[in-house]
Design a protein around this ligand. Structure first.
Ligand code: DLL
Length: 433
């Protein structure tokens, strides 16, 4: 089922018309309502009424996370506070958190794009969904909630955590859909097994997983563990929360709702657009948002874009799974490394578990070292040392083959690495302390 067929399957030429009209309105709107953008436009000598087509978007300046932080808490809002009906916060690792505000109309938009996302994942109107993303200030829980209400699903606002209760809800209420982070889906499988519940017999048949990077191998792992279809959902608080892009059951890229979130892919080093299919930083303009509209927002997420029509009938461009972030790229002795590359290698090797952590440290003489800690299957620990060494070498060689860097590998026992009920922390960079 397609939630908004008229828009989601629109002829690309016609869609351009809609985007152009919306961009022209947006330029006028931010110029009149946002002191921040008024100043930016004036600095760049941009007259809002000169913006008439979507191609002109490249004339507009970028917006970055630093702009949001500098204008903490409400300086980026384009409506007076009484027009804001809801506030969410995304916690960062440094400085002030990012604050986002929604008007009533923005909540309607969020409900609509999330209903599109749920349908895109395969939800049907008589489904029940268990929402195990956090609700408190994080956008995950309520974003799914609004979409589910909009679509008329039976909604279970479980929020994250309390894993035993999650499993009981699953067994007793039999929801067909599970929404949570991929790492939490893995953790719940582990807990289920411990409680004597066979995950493959669970009622969850569709998973909508996102909010953190996860590889295709991780998908296979989750699909096998739970015997379900695992789809990817992408979003970020600054743009709306979840509901920016979603995979359909073909699992061939995430459909980005480009009539409202206009995507560009740029080379982060030159700021110039890259060709379809090439990797670059995703930049998004919110074409219709009121509370905190953003122009050319630098997401720092690295993706490629596919503009071909999908087999599901949707014409919206598709972004690849997130390949990394410009800021979580680890640079070791000049070599760029993404956690996702390491994850792919680990999960392709038999005997390893999908739980790992990457520790980066600066050793004597200023040399940077990477240690990959990975859990291995229980029974392997009773094997001879030779076999463990073989496994270690296999992982080392695998990583070296993909990344071009020799890393230290530490095999650890099951359940040594901290589990996550929300976003997991894969990299510990001790050089930053
Ligand atoms: O994580 C919104 C969300 C909630 C998305 C629930 C999906 C599901 P933030 O906390 O602002 O918002 O974090 C946004 O998380 O820029 C990406 O780096 C990362 N991210 C989000 N979805 C994915 C995904 C929510 N599917 C940041 N794959 C983004 C990889 C993701 N990374």
């Amino acid at each position: 089922m397609i939630w908004n067929e008229q828009i989601e399957c629109m002829d690309p030429q016609q869609l351009k018309g809609v985007q152009s009209e919306r961009l022209a309105k947006l330029a006028e709107y931010v110029y009149s309502n946002s002191p921040f953008y008024q100043q930016r436009f004036d600095q760049h000598k941009i007259k809002p009424d000169s913006i008439k087509t979507i191609e002109q978007i490249t004339d507009l300046p970028f917006t970055t996370k630093i702009d949001l932080r500098d204008n903490y808490p409400f300086g980026m809002f384009s409506v007076p506070q009484k027009g804001i009906t809801e506030i969410h916060v995304s916690s960062g690792t440094t400085g002030n958190p990012t604050v986002v505000g929604y008007t009533k109309e923005d909540i309607k938009l969020w409900s609509d794009v999330m209903a599109r996302a749920l349908c895109c994942a395969g939800a049907e109107p008589d489904d029940t969904i268990q929402i195990a993303y956090g609700y408190g200030l994080f956008t995950g829980g309520l974003g799914f909630h609004y979409g589910s209400l909009e679509m008329g699903l039976t909604t279970i606002p479980a929020s994250s955590g309390q894993t035993k209760r999650q499993l009981k809800i699953m067994q007793d209420f039999k929801p067909r859909i599970l929404a949570c982070t991929p790492s939490y889906a893995l953790y719940m499988a582990e807990q289920a097994k411990e409680l004597g519940i066979d995950p493959r017999k669970s009622s969850w048949k569709i998973g909508i997983f996102g909010a953190e990077p996860w590889s295709d191998s991780m998908r296979d792992e989750i699909e096998n563990l739970w015997d379900m279809l695992a789809t990817d959902v992408y979003g970020l608080s600054e743009i709306i929360g979840p509901g920016v892009a979603q995979e359909c059951p073909h699992k061939d890229g995430l459909h980005i709702f480009s009539d409202v979130f206009f995507p560009e892919i740029i080379d982060p080093a030159t700021d110039q657009p890259v060709e379809p299919g090439q990797d670059g930083e995703l930049v998004i303009t919110t074409l219709t948002k009121q509370g905190i509209p953003l122009i050319r927002y630098r997401t720092r997420d690295i993706v490629s874009m596919n503009i071909e029509k999908c087999r599901c009938g949707r014409t919206s461009p598709r972004i690849s799974k997130i390949k990394g972030r410009t800021d979580d790229m680890i640079i070791i002795r000049g070599i760029n490394l993404f956690p996702s590359q390491i994850e792919e290698v680990l999960l392709s090797i038999e005997g390893t578990q999908p739980h790992y952590q990457i520790v980066v440290d600066r050793k004597e003489h200023g040399l940077d070292m990477v240690q990959v800690q990975v859990e291995i299957e229980e029974q392997l620990f009773s094997d001879e040392v030779r076999k463990l060494n073989e496994l270690k070498a296999k992982i080392q060689n695998g990583i070296e083959g993909v990344v071009g860097l020799r890393v230290d590998v530490k095999l650890v026992e099951p359940k040594t690495i901290v589990r996550s009920e929300g976003k997991s922390k894969r990299v510990i960079d001790k050089r930053k302390n």
